[in-house]
Design a binder for this molecule. Structure first.
Ligand code: UD1
Ligand code: MG
Length: 402
């Protein structure tokens, strides 16, 4: 069976992480979000995936190539992100028969996919607390009556999960889909047109679904992914290292004496960990990282090539690639009043729904000794944070903070 994954967009709500990669290439549990999706598709018998790419497409093409994990990959370039219906249209020439279509920014497991495959013309649905941010699906007598995209006043909390089983007929309706009020050709409008023409769409409830919109959603996904790992130790573990729970340690990595690891934790290839550091549950450390003496890392994603070498604390954070933390740089992850953490993006303030959140840091950020980073700080790529600086709120890429 074939599947199309829409992955041409940037994912602006994921900034600063998407300034240097598309959202689907953000690594969670040491694999891009897209890789997790392809793995689940393979489990249900998908042998060919068509990736619709655009923003930073070379990163997707380089990582996955022509086959990945036994799945054949084809690429279709969407030069302008004109909407989800337009993205699917760009893949039409590859499609032979009925197929799955998935938004690239969702996490779904094989069990859910099986239920979508059962019937043709099926839409995966879920229930959420904030239906206004999605397509609300109105179901009548077991079939979809209408999808109302991002309604101001939602009539229900059943929403479109962005996972579909279509037949080739969908392309006939894409051709006649007009631009939406948001200026895009939207697959939800296409579906409404088909319904008006008498096509019946059933729904399948998706349970293991997470929508990756904001950087802190990545922590949730990371936790879920790590809960499924088995222990696999390919690196070297010195004497007097304590390992509890399930832990993956990649080839060429060394865990030095006195290190205490509480799984589930994944550590990539060629890392230097310890001596005497503390790595707590639900932490993913990429390839070529260094976590040095008297460093504590908890419930965080640390991407490839990042060095956190001396006397640092990092909790509930997402740290990009090739960062370097000066001795004593620490990240706060809880407000003193223990209230919900709000973050400032470039233009607005957003409630995160989390009491514990550290920092979201883009690639190539360097901090000086004893820099203090407040809970909810968002630091753009290539920033310099001076020794002793205090960082809070949104920092644009390439800023020098004193
Ligand atoms: C979409 C659905 C919404 C659903 C939600 C679930 C539409 C119009 N809306 O909204 O009903 O509830 O997903 O998460 O489909 N993309 C492209 N090219 C484009 C536009 C998007 O490849 O021109 C890709 C994006 O990279 C992303 C996916 O399609 O992976 C979904 O696009 P996104 O903008 O996130 O749609 P939502 O607003 O989340
Ligand atoms: Mg989305």
């Amino acid at each position: 069976m074939q599947a199309v994954i829409l992955s041409a967009g940037e994912g602006t709500r994921m900034r600063p992480l998407t300034y240097t990669r598309p959202k689907v290439m953000i690594e969670v549990a040491n694999k891009p979000i897209l890789a997790h999706l392809i793995e689940e598709l393979k489990k249900v018998g998908v042998d060919e995936v068509i990736l619709v790419v655009g923003y930073y497409q070379e990163k997707v093409r380089e990582y996955f190539g022509k086959t990945w994990n036994g799945v054949r990959l084809k690429y279709s370039t969407q030069t302008k992100q004109l909407g989800t219906a337009d993205a699917l249209r760009s893949a039409e020439h590859y499609i032979e028969d009925d197929f799955l279509m998935l938004n690239g920014d969702t996490i779904v497991d094989a069990e859910d996919l099986k239920r979508i495959i059962e019937n043709e013309m099926t839409i995966g649905v879920n229930t959420v607390d904030d239906p206004e941010n999605y397509g609300v699906v109105v179901v009548k007598d077991g079939f979809v009556e209408e999808i109302i995209e991002k309604p101001e006043k939602p009539v229900a909390n059943t929403i479109n999960a962005g996972i579909y089983h279509f037949t080739r007929d969908i392309f006939d309706y894409i051709r006649i889909t007009p631009k939406s009020v948001r200026g895009e050709y939207e697959i939800t409008d296409t579906i409404n047109l088909a319904i008006k023409d008498g096509v019946r769409f059933s729904t399948a409830k998706i349970s293991g679904w997470i929508d990756a919109s904001y950087p802190w959603d990545l922590l949730k996904i990371n936790e879920l992914m790590l809960s499924n790992i088995d222990t696999e130790i390919d690196g070297v573990v010195e004497k007097n290292v304590t390992i509890k729970g399930n832990v993956v340690i990649g080839e060429g990595s060394i865990i030095k004496a006195g290190t205490y690891i509480e799984g589930p934790v994944v550590i990539g290839k060629n890392c230097e960990i310890g001596p005497n550091c503390y790595i707590r549950a639900h932490t993913s450390i990429g390839n070529g990282c260094k976590i040095g003496a008297a460093v504590e890392v908890k419930n965080s994603i640390v991407m490839n090539g990042t060095k956190i070498p001396h006397h640092n604390y990092i909790g509930d954070s997402v740290i990009g690639e090739n960062c370097n933390f000066g001795a004593g740089t620490k990240v706060a992850n809880l407000k003193l009043d223990e209230k919900e953490i709000e973050v400032y993006t470039k233009d607005k303030r957003i409630k995160t729904g989390r009491k514990k959140l550290g920092a979201i840091i883009g690639d190539n950020v360097k901090t000086g000794i004893n820099a203090s980073i407040n809970a909810g700080a968002m630091i753009g790529n290539n920033c310099f944070i001076a020794p002793n600086a205090y960082v809070d709120g949104w920092i644009d890429p390439y800023t020098r903070v004193f």
